[in-house]
Design a protein around this ligand. Structure first.
Ligand SMILES: [Zn+2]
Ligand SMILES: [Zn+2]
Ligand SMILES: [Zn+2]
Length: 690
């Protein structure tokens, strides 16, 4: 077993993106407008409960200020400043084209927004008293399991602060380049935090709707995705509203996956809730020319052709309600924007949307990187009507497309050996102990160590843990647990998971139903005890040694796996420490669970859940002989998985299972990471993983 060295932080391996240029000039003529509409995530059976306000056309907008010093200027001449192929080394962010150089304050603008976020997030840590958790702290009789009612713990409707004014999207086009590693990490964190808030509100609103449904006995389709976007918009939490970013969005990586169209708006990746082409409109642009910044390719147009690296994208307009082409398209709005982007060599972000089994919305959206519009022509489409076509070619030297990774992972799930004939050390490291295979893959070197350890499905606790006081108690829900049952009360009145097993809010500990409950295995309060559901793969990487990734797309908030080991008493641990470094100390995992469901940005009186409280975790786990897949997960200071303590097979609060949940949507084949709380060199990822 090698000696311990501090582990490399996965964040350091985040890809950087390139910017580019080139221009192609095809002069074309202009007429009128209609957005290229894309279907909403779900077809609505009835009017959505939460209406989204579509921004006014700019010519109707009173606040449209074409004379803003920061507006976009382009003169279609030889002198047109075109983004350089490689950014100047000192440049951090370019205003495109830099008409006035005092607008180089753009980067400080980013800092300013960042600061806003920081202060916004810092709020709520100390303050308000009216929250539910204040009430819980009183009863910090940590070892007793007392049903407690916390009526409002999971309600969105409490204490909504006065909405801020919606900010209109800026007319300033900027490109962000040359971020330092710290910046990259910073923006990644910002996007991640924003997405967590989005998901939390979405899930909480589903739960609220579910309660209303039960109370009123009628069915109302939940649109948590819209409500989350609306609430965040009111609170000024949408990102990149004050800049129109050309090229990569800081904090968004190629391959990032989204389940909801509105989420793209929230983070500013694609600012149109329905239109397929996002562009700075002619009315906002100072020279009167629209500029396209992103497109969603979702196969909604019969004349689209998509081979991955090259896309023939059909312009918008001329379709009827059923997406049938019924008239000629015109070179206007987004169509003209794409043509102008081609003319000025401005890159366009491409997001692919497609149906995806297992997605909550039935669809997913994947960010596939930057493309350049290289050609544009007017053609007769399959319908017989005239359509504009744009040829988009992917800019070279970018990380692999997320959509092709999804396809690759799909084929790996079905026929691994055909797709990757070399590199498999084991097709199931768990030896059938898990419900799904845990692959062991190494195409880097000859190391096959993980096969020599016995796979431990679930943590082994000392026998006395099971003889703890209240172990014989459980709920009586023969037909499945319902709100208010004994086990719900143990969790503070609400279940920790929504219907699909997504973690609603991190807590000091979660009580799942156990052997003394009368509910069936399908009870919604049994999630992590059921074991791994995604096909995981332990793999060898040159950068991080052993690592873990999934062949399935893991939704944010979903259970990944347990971190298992053999629990040792303090004395045993001391002896073990002398002969090796295969001990895991649960207390060293930072309380990342508190970030999941943190709505301090939305509610000023938000307090982090303090109930049910548990004593500090004072045990160690030996993983020297018996271990599971979790042991190979890499460390990251901005991890995509968190540790959530869970009890189910006993009620001893001092010995919870360490359950891992996804903190963000983890695309297939992206490395899973955990914050091991690297306090000193002994607490990094276990040396056995290197
Ligand atoms: Zn139950
Ligand atoms: Zn129950
Ligand atoms: Zn129960």
């Amino acid at each position: 077993m090698g000696s311990l060295k501090p582990n490399e932080d996965l964040n350091l391996h985040l890809g950087s993106s390139s910017s580019a240029s080139s221009s192609n000039q095809i002069p074309l003529i202009v007429p009128k407008k209609e957005p290229k509409l894309e279907p909403l995530d779900e077809p609505l059976d009835e009017a959505p409960v939460y209406h989204f306000q579509t921004p006014l056309p700019f010519y109707l907008s009173p606040s449209n200020n074409l004379n803003s010093s920061s507006s976009f200027t382009i003169t279609p001449s030889q002198n047109t400043p075109i983004p350089p192929t490689t950014p100047p080394p000192s440049a951090t962010q370019q205003t495109i084209p830099s008409s006035a150089n005092d607008s180089s304050t753009v980067y400080s603008e980013f800092r300013r927004i960042s600061e806003l976020f920081n202060t916004a997030f810092a709020r709520g840590g100390g303050g308000g008293v009216s929250g539910d958790s204040a009430e819980f702290e009183e009863q910090d009789n940590s070892r007793a399991i007392v049903p407690v009612d916390s009526e409002n713990e999971n309600q969105l409707s409490n204490s909504v602060a006065a909405p801020r004014k919606y900010t209109q999207r800026s007319s300033e086009l900027v490109r962000v380049t040359d971020l330092t590693a710290d910046d990259v990490q910073y923006f990644r964190g910002l996007v991640r935090k924003t997405r967590m808030v989005y998901d939390s509100i979405r899930v909480l609103s589903l739960i609220e709707d579910e309660k209303i449904r039960v109370d009123l006995g009628h069915y109302r389709k939940s649109r948590g995705d819209l409500k989350a976007a609306q609430l965040m918009r009111e609170r000024g939490l949408w990102l990149n509203r004050d800049k129109r970013i050309v090229g990569p969005i800081p904090g968004v990586e190629i391959g990032d996956v989204f389940f909801f169209r509105m989420e793209l708006c929230v983070i500013g990746l694609h600012g149109q809730p329905q239109a397929g082409i996002d562009y700075l409109s002619a009315y906002q642009s100072s020279n009167g020319e629209p500029i396209a910044t992103s497109v969603i390719v979702s196969g909604g147009y019969e004349d689209d052709e998509d081979t991955g690296e090259e896309i023939i994208y059909t312009g918008h307009g001329g379709q009827d309600k059923n997406n049938r082409q019924c008239m000629n398209q015109k070179l206007e709005c987004g169509n003209l924007g794409l043509e102008r982007s081609m003319h000025y060599g401005i890159e366009v972000r491409v997001i692919r949307g497609f149906k995806y089994e297992g997605s909550v919305s039935g669809k997913i959206y994947v960010y596939d990187g930057l493309y350049r519009v290289v050609n544009c022509w007017f053609d007769v489409g399959k319908s017989g009507f005239g359509v504009f076509k744009f040829k988009l070619v992917r800019i070279e030297n970018q990380p692999a497309m997320g959509s092709s990774i999804l396809k690759f992972a799909q084929s790996l799930r079905i026929r691994p050996l055909e797709v990757r004939p070399k590199g498999y050390v084991s097709l199931d490291l768990s030896m059938k102990k898990e419900h799904v295979s845990v692959f062991l893959f190494n195409d880097v070197d000859k190391n096959n160590e993980p096969v020599f350890f016995e796979y431990l499905l679930s943590t082994v606790f000392p026998p006395y843990v099971y003889n703890h006081g209240q172990n014989g108690t459980g709920c009586e829900c023969v037909g499945g647990c319902v709100d208010g049952c004994f086990c719900a009360m143990k969790n503070g009145g609400d279940f920790a998971y929504e219907q699909n097993g997504i973690l609603v809010k991190g807590k000091p500990v979660i009580f799942e139903c156990g052997p003394h409950c009368r509910c069936p295995a399908t009870c919604r309060n049994r999630v992590s005890q059921k074991g791994v559901r995604n096909r995981l793969e332990v793999f060898r990487s040159r950068e991080t040694g052993w690592g873990v990734r999934s062949l399935d797309l893991i939704q944010a908030g979903a259970f990944i796996c347990e971190f298992t080991g053999v629990v040792l008493t303090r004395e045993q641990a001391q002896i073990f420490t002398m002969n090796g470094d295969s001990l895991v100390y649960p207390s060293r995992f930072p309380e990342r669970w508190a970030e999941w469901g943190d709505l301090s940005d939305i509610y000023s009186d938000y307090q982090r859940p303090a109930f049910p409280s548990i004593p500090p975790l004072d045990f160690a786990m030996d993983v020297s002989r018996l271990r599971n897949v979790a042991c190979y997960i890499s460390h990251s200071s901005s991890p995509n998985a968190l540790v959530q303590p869970v009890l189910y097979d006993h009620n001893n609060l001092s010995f919870p299972h360490l359950m891992l949940f996804a903190m963000e949507n983890i695309p297939p084949l992206r490395e899973i990471s955990l914050d091991y709380g690297v306090a000193d060199e002994w607490t990094g990822k276990l040396p056995i993983c290197n």
